[in-house]
Design a binder for this molecule. Sequence first.
Ligand code: NAD
Ligand code: DAU
Length: 348
Amino acid sequence: MSKTLLVTGGAGFIGSNYCRYVLQHHPDYRIVVLDALTYAGNLSTIADIQSSPETASRLRFYPGKIQDETVVNGIIEAERVDYIVNFAAESHNDRSILEPGSFIQTDVYGVFVLLDAVRKRGVARMLQVSTDEVYGTINEGQFTEQSPLEPNTPYSASKTGGEMQVRAQHITYGTPALVTRCGNNYGPYQYPEKLIPFFVTRLMDNRKVPLYGEGNQVRDWIYVMDHCSGIDHVLHHGVLGEAYNIGSQGERTNIEVTELLLNCLGKPASLIKRIPDPRGGAHDRRYSVNADKLTTLGWQPKHTFEEMLEETVRWYVDHQDWWREIVRKPDYQDFVHRFYGKSLGEDL
Ligand code: NAD
Ligand code: DAU
């Protein structure tokens, strides 16, 4: 049946890939994107689906913030929105250590504004895209949906705050909302501040890559399209008020990932520069996601890490126009200098 989907944060990494997923898998759906186009959001990230004759008429873009209730309510009314999937967020841990304030505005207050609009305007369902980082760190075993929420960085605390708004609004008012919690994504169109695209784009130019500490931290990697199919499954089949983990058994240490990237690009290990850990005690040691609750609901990931990592590296090699335009921008240069200047020194 035909539906109109509001995808907030749809000009970012995962949101744009989710738009592609929906356009392909739900031929009768329309998508409305609301995105503030912060440093992480770029129209070039959705240019392909905005301009393609097959999809352009099913996609409409609105610039604006999710904290702006006039904008949010106006779009829901004008476009007769059925579902909301919220990707809009400040999403980078390192930036949250430098400047936490905007994380609270978007990741907590923005979620409240969306939920309030869902309740008052009769939107059928809202899915809040959250993260495994709300659980904090785990030395052994896996996070289940029952694990305690123990966030350790300003970013993960703000995401936990957003989730708590979902929980409270569902319990208090019956607001029809649910939550997903996923591990580290990789794939096309990821902003080149996150480990994989940051390292790939630097290695391509034979520049050193800053590995935090010994690189022993473990992240649970998932290909972005598996995350998108999981979100879509929860949106359509999940029980309102519930949270669902999304994961595909992709645990790797940071040094393992770095070595795979060097290997894919044919670059020497001398390009690794171990730097003092800028996250200090806030650097979560290990994430590991148990997704049994979602697989019981009928979802399965389709991709394996080594295969899709290679394809992802190839994507960055083939789409240099996209990332070179971003890394030339003053806000990107400014962040890299401020965050890595001291530790990378002349290798910056
Ligand atoms: P991203 O930083 O690439 O994209 C975020 C998008 O949100 C950008 O387009 C940005 O312009 C937009 N945005 C930011 N503030 C906004 C605001 N106030 N109003 C409207 N739009 C705003 O992030 P991402 O990596 O695509 O992550 C998307 C979501 O998924 C986030 O909520 C993040 O917490 C969550 N998540 C990410 C990962 C990951 O590995 N990247 C894993 C699990 C969950
Ligand atoms: O787990 C899900 C989370 O994954 C999402 O909620 C976040 O939005 C997303 O950014 C990601 O968080 P991380 O902090 O794990 O991702 P990041 O790519 O920044 O770092 C991955 C690991 O690599 C982490 O242990 C820190 C390390 N790292 C990162 C960078 C950018 C380095 O060693 N050097 C670097 O330069």
